[in-house]
Design a protein around this ligand. Structure first.
Ligand code: PDD
Length: 282
């Protein structure tokens, strides 16, 4: 049976039982990461665990693990479960304590769970593009923290599914922020635009890879907020995430983008991403 990392041990998946008093379950009081595995190797894993530790710090959660330990346990999990292409999900909560909103006193150990999943790259979406819709961003004001509280994201994604779309691109008023589980980009006149890194978006690891690729290919990459109207008039639209990679959007709110064709800059970024898989997996 598949093994799960559960509070310091590798146990059979069926034996990983979480208390009803776990603060992640009760309050969503915790953080997570989602890391891609390509050919048995961890993609941009250091960047993911740096962000994990940053998220922990931002919510005052003591993890007692450093990056090397987190990478080591991840490798072990991938090996034990024999994952070739897939991902690791890891989360840490503020532990198990009787229900009180304030932090437990005395503090209890963080509860850490990590498991693997096996799946292939999203070749169909990468090749043919996907539909997206726009939706008001109703989330809290610390979207830079990869928090377990995902209700706003869940509702946005469900809205997308209801309208036969793969992703919902969110906006606060007129300003486009990010997808429900991705970063969003508008490409216009050869320039890639995406929301700047601040509290309104998650600082996506795939976004950083895309920025590096754009630099390599000398494609201007502007971290500037843009409007829904600008997005609707873009030459190309992309969403990116650990699982979506560089996914082209070919229809937005029912309107075809770039005659329904995947554009040339998107294709270049995808080529760069294929190379990054080889160079940035360890
Ligand atoms: N989601 N923005 C949001 C709100 C996200 O949830 C994600 C990723 C991203 C992209 O981040 P990255 O490139 O580091 O994966 C941006 C993950 C995949 C998830 O929730 O499963």
């Amino acid at each position: 049976m598949e093994k799960v990392f559960f509070n310091g041990e590798f146990v059979a998946a069926d034996d990983a039982k979480v208390s009803y008093n776990d603060r992640g379950y009760v309050f969503g009081d915790g953080i997570y990461e989602y890391i891609r595995v390509y050919n048995g190797k961890l993609f941009t894993v250091t960047e993911h665990y740096e962000r994990f530790l940053r998220s922990a710090g931002e919510i005052g959660l003591d993890l007692n693990y450093d990056i090397d330990q987190l990478i080591e346990l991840s490798r072990k999990l991938v090996d034990i479960n024999n994952i070739n292409n897939g991902a690791i999900y890891i989360q840490a909560t503020r532990g198990v304590a009787e229900r009180n909103h304030n932090f437990p006193t005395p503090a209890v150990d963080a509860a850490i769970v990590a498991y693997t999943k096996s799946y292939d790259r999203p070749f169909d979406h990468l090749e043919n593009g996907v539909n997206a819709v726009t939706v008001e961003d109703i989330r809290w004001l610390r979207c830079d923290i990869k928090s377990l509280n995902l209700l706003g994201n869940v509702l946005a994604k469900e809205y997308a599914v209801k309208y036969n779309a793969v992703e919902a691109i969110q906006h606060r008023g007129e300003t486009v922020t990010e997808g429900s589980s991705s970063n969003a980009y508008a490409i216009k006149d050869g320039v890639i635009y995406t929301h700047p890194v601040n509290n309104f978006i998650l600082n996506g690891i795939t976004r950083r890879v895309i920025k590096d690729i754009a630099d390599d290919y000398e494609i201007p990459f502007k971290e500037e907020a843009f409007t829904v109207d600008f997005l609707k008039n873009a030459d190309e639209i992309i969403v990116s995430s650990t699982s979506a990679e560089v996914t082209p959007v070919i229809k937005l709110d029912g309107e075809v983008v770039n005659d329904g064709q995947v554009g040339p800059i998107t294709r270049k970024l995808q080529q760069g991403f294929d190379k990054a898989i080889a160079t940035r997996s360890i």
